[in-house]
Design a protein around this ligand. Structure first.
Ligand code: HEM
Length: 210
């Protein structure tokens, strides 16, 4: 797993639940010795252990923690990877270009990693479809990130999760429609139809440690 994910996951836990929570999670998840830096690759298992322990500590499902992280991390990623993002893009356009910039982040920085299994299709002016089929099964991060983009760009996005790997489907498909541009950040949100991680207690789990 790309170090930026681990580094920002740690920052999310500290920011949201406090430094003490992070120290407890480190102890419980058996990762006390680790310092996460963006240019290193870490086992996927670290992510699952951190969100599992954070979920136990905060009485939430690991999938909910992943979604919260996905929402929280968008501004941090946009700042870090400023150069890969076109200033002219709206939130929906950013999502329409998700495949392109996820691939370029990998090929420039981390040539040894596999490409994230995330694709985007422009269906109409206000409609984009995302398909995600990585064995890591981190669609909860995607769900949260869509909310994070809506908040960051002051857009109202309605996301319908048509299929989900956690429900036994071959891929997770999100249909995202922009219903309006809001006037203030407090008005903005991404509404989800189907796929609320609170509705399941299935622990986050995924594939290989690459
Ligand atoms: C709606 C917006 C977004 C969605 C749905 C999304 C989705 C995802 C998902 C699902 C993963 C995990 C992929 C895997 O299985 O390994 C991921 C990883 C990642 N995302 Fe995003 N993301 C979004 C926005 C962003 C933004 C704005 C940035 C940076 C500008 C970004 C940078 C990254 C990076 C660096 C990784 C890890 C690199 C990798 O494993 O290839 N993402 N994203």
């Amino acid at each position: 797993m790309h170090g930026i994910i681990l580094k920002t996951l740690q920052a999310f836990v500290v920011d949201t639940y406090g430094e003490d929570a992070w120290l407890t999670i480190q102890r419980e998840a058996d990762i006390e010795e680790k310092v996460y830096v963006p240019v290193t690759v870490y086992p996927d298992g670290d992510v699952y252990e951190i969100v599992r322990t954070a979920g136990e500590l905060t009485d939430q499902s690991p999938r909910t923690v992943l979604s919260q992280y996905g929402k929280w991390v968008v501004p941090a990623l946009l700042e870090t990877y400023d150069l890969h993002i076109d200033d002219e893009w709206s939130g929906l356009e950013l999502i329409a270009n998700i495949q392109q910039f996820h691939t370029s982040l990998r090929t420039r920085d981390m040539t040894t990693l596999t490409t994230p299994r995330i694709r985007s299709e422009r269906i109409g002016d206000h409609h984009v479809r995302i398909t995600y089929d990585s064995d890591r099964k981190l669609c909860d991060v995607a769900r949260g990130a869509i909310q994070g983009v809506a908040a960051q760009f002051d857009e109202e996005l309605v996301a319908e999760e048509q299929t989900c790997m956690h429900e036994g489907d071959d891929a997770c498909r999100f249909d995202i429609r922009r219903t309006s541009s809001a006037t203030s950040a407090s008005d903005t949100e991404a509404t989800f139809q189907f796929g609320d991680p609170e509705s399941t207690t299935e622990p986050a789990s995924g594939g290989s440690d690459d």
